[in-house]
Design a protein. Sequence first.
Length: 83
Amino acid sequence: MESVLANCSASVSELKKNPSALIEMAEGEPIAILNHNKPTAYLIPAETYKTLIEKIEDIQLGLLVKKRQNKKISAVEIRLDEL
């Protein structure tokens, strides 16, 4: 049995009938879209999606910084006026 990671859920049929009403009913919370009683997608507010993408980008940037810090030993130090 798959977990539903939302407090609100709707079938694909319900979503097709009136998506605007479904979004309004959820009051900004995620909606699990079910197909044959299994989660097939999650509908989230645009602002929530934007925030998630920003957090993912921050995590990826942090991983890149850590990776480059490990290479700091082989870095060559120069002064700005030498550029």
